[in-house]
Design a protein around this ligand. Sequence first.
Ligand SMILES: C[S@@+](CC[C@H](N)C(=O)[O-])C[C@H]1O[C@@H](n2cnc3c(N)ncnc32)[C@H](O)[C@@H]1O
Length: 265
Amino acid sequence: MTEQYSGGYSAQIIDQFKQRTFSNQGAFLQSYLSAGLSVLDCGCGPGSMTLDIAELVNPGQVFGIDSSPIQIEQALITQKERAIINASFVSGSAYSLPYVDEQFDVVFAHAVLYHLKKPEQALAEFFRVLKPGGLVALRDACHSGDMMMPESTDLMAVWGTIEKVFKHQGGNIYFGSQHKKLLLEQGFQHIKVTCSYDTFASDIEKDSIRSYWQQFLNLDHRQLILDQQWLTAIELEQQCKALDEWCANPASFFARARCEAIASK
Ligand SMILES: C[S@@+](CC[C@H](N)C(=O)[O-])C[C@H]1O[C@@H](n2cnc3c(N)ncnc32)[C@H](O)[C@@H]1O
């Protein structure tokens, strides 16, 4: 399977993911969780939301799995800091989960499937490890719903490059809108679809997303972009400058559309 996660694992990016909370990013699932449930957080990243879930379902057990040992190392550090004992973390793949059939009440995957080349294979694994009647909960970006304001041709060009990188690495920036179709194909029932936004409007929020995309373009995927001749070095510089200008505009904001789906086995 030729697929490479495009999000990056620098300390700066991991720090940004650590700011995510289940009460913000997982709000669509929160009312379904109660004490005693066993939960899998697949593609858990640095584990901030996994640990929030562990607090909610305590004494239920929560399992975080991520393909990156770097993320798991971070998750274990945060677990120790927060002194949470009903969570465990392991590195492994969504395509081949190291769990027995029908182990979990809930499988949560936040901002993971849109990075995968074969999301249907991951969903088939989620189905396998869920108990009958168990819930899968997905949240993924869908770029057609994004608002990066004020709109400009320069920013559209930036998104054109981001899309090319994602596609090349196996992902799909429009994936969120596919949840319902893929869940039906995998045999899930009672599918509830909602949408929400992650917004970046304060100076600090805008700066974090500016630096995230600049690192994505100019550091993590610079060589790929130049090798594929999607941009010249000068054009790449211009796209990074467009992000600086967007960020410096007091009227600008970014609202990232996230499609959400909850379904049962
Ligand atoms: C955008 S991050 C999201 C992390 C976390 N769920 C969050 O929202 O903060 C996507 C995560 O999925 C992981 N990942 C990518 N491909 C994976 C796979 N095939 N199996 C398991 N994890 C994977 C990456 O290592 C990364 O940590």
